[in-house]
Design a protein around this ligand. Structure first.
Ligand code: HEM
Length: 364
């Protein structure tokens, strides 16, 4: 779902239902990106002179990694872009960010540079938007497993507003505040970027009397903000109701988007799209499926572990304690649930028809 949304919006490409090559390349590249953006993951981040060490020298493994990752990164940037340009040249294409930008190239500027910018921007959408949406969507399912009452309330709202004859759409958004509350809670409960992305301080700054010298790296602790008990009581419980009051969204509760999408100039540019995509996914899942814990062959309920991938935070702790330097391994900065079992079944024969109809629908 996430791959299809981004590939279509960025490039106008339709993906194959199984083993899509564009999605596969991007998955691999995103894994390397996740690892590479952890500051301190490579000693060369701190001692740039190490970049001149030849590749065969013991300890220069980072150079071999960098070479392989560069090839992957280039494939991610080039392959879908070339696919989009081929389609545009043939005249048979789905409108997308690339096709729109292509039609609006500034002929008086440097065309080659403009094309590189379009290519890079589309690739940034793809590499940053995919994992994040998947992670939040999965967290939401996990949240429903931990709190079936939330699923029941979400279902009640959808049935009341949308009925069971169709799936929800964006026109229903304002009438489905509980689904918005569920999306906010998924963003907050298990934020995708607990430390956002490290920010580099260009110019000396001051915050509440603390001097932050130029050249510092600041790790914004989004996780602490989103689990602050004063703002979100009982912060480790998945509880969409915290955002509701008298059947409406309670605007007095701090919006998790203020931290879950990062900060300042580097705040996530895909935040509105990401939120909407997760919202429509949750609304559709709730409308069409029964979601519950899986049951094993003997009828025992399988409890999910609620475990997540480890993030760059651990990486940093290890770095700060040099004695454990040898323990350093590369870990991603983004967080996602480890695979978990659950049961997702069409909630009724009518729901099954609705689901199957979407497979044949022409959206573009
Ligand atoms: C629910 C889904 C999403 C979440 C939770 C999320 C979260 C984040 C976070 C925490 C950052 C780091 C911000 C910082 O450094 O302060 C980020 C950056 C970014 N995101 Fe998202 N994101 C989501 C979806 C998307 C989508 C759909 C796109 C593109 C279509 C996107 C594109 C980007 C880009 C390009 C950056 C890097 C911005 C920069 O460094 O200047 N994101 N995102």
């Amino acid at each position: 779902m996430a791959g299809e949304i981004i590939l279509t919006i960025a490039y106008g490409l339709q993906i194959q239902e199984h083993d899509d090559p564009y999605v596969a390349i991007s998955q691999e590249a995103v894994e390397s990106l996740n690892a590479a953006v952890v500051p301190g993951a490579f000693f060369v981040d701190f001692l740039p002179v190490l970049k001149h060490v030849p590749e065969w020298v013991p300890g220069a493994g980072f150079k071999r990694k960098a070479r392989a990752w560069r090839a992957l990164a280039l494939a991610t940037v080039n392959t879908p872009f070339e696919g989009a340009v081929r389609a545009i040249d043939s005249g048979d294409f789905t409108p997308s960010f690339v096709s729109y930008s292509w039609e609006n190239l500034d002929a008086s500027g440097d065309l080659e540079e403009e094309k590189e910018v379009i290519k890079g921007t589309a690739a940034a959408m793809y590499s940053a938007g995919l994992d994040t949406m998947v992670s939040i969507g999965a967290s939401c399912i996990l949240g429903f497993l931990s709190n079936p009452e939330a699923l029941r309330k979400a279902r009640q709202e959808i049935d009341r507003v949308v009925g069971t004859e169709r799936l929800p759409n964006f026109g229903d958004r304002d009438s489905l505040p509980y689904i918005i509350a569920v999306t906010k809670e998924a963003l907050r409960w298990k934020d995708v970027g607990p430390l956002a992305i490290p920010h580099f301080i260009d110019v000396e700054d001051e915050y509440k009397g603390y001097r932050i010298p130029a050249g510092s790296i600041v790790l914004p602790n989004a996780w602490a903000i989103l689990h602050n008990e004063a703002a979100y009581p009982d912060p480790f419980t998945f509880n969409p109701d915290r955002f509701m009051k008298d059947g409406k969204l309670n605007e007095d509760i701090k919006d998790p988007a203020s931290a879950a999408f990062g900060f300042g100039r580097r705040i996530c540019p895909g935040r509105y799209m990401g939120f909407s995509a997760v919202w429509i996914t949750i609304a559709s899942l709730v409308a069409a499926f029964d979601i519950g814990k899986a049951v094993d062959a003997d009828g025992n309920v399988i409890e999910p572990s609620y475990e997540y991938t480890t993030t760059g935070l651990i990486q940093w702790v290890e770095f700060l304690y040099p004695l454990s330097m040898s323990l350093i391994e590369v870990r991603p900065v983004s967080s996602a649930p480890l695979p978990f079992e659950c049961s997702i079944k069409p909630r009724s024969p009518q729901a099954e028809i609705l689901i199957r109809e979407t497979l044949d629908a022409e959206y573009f």
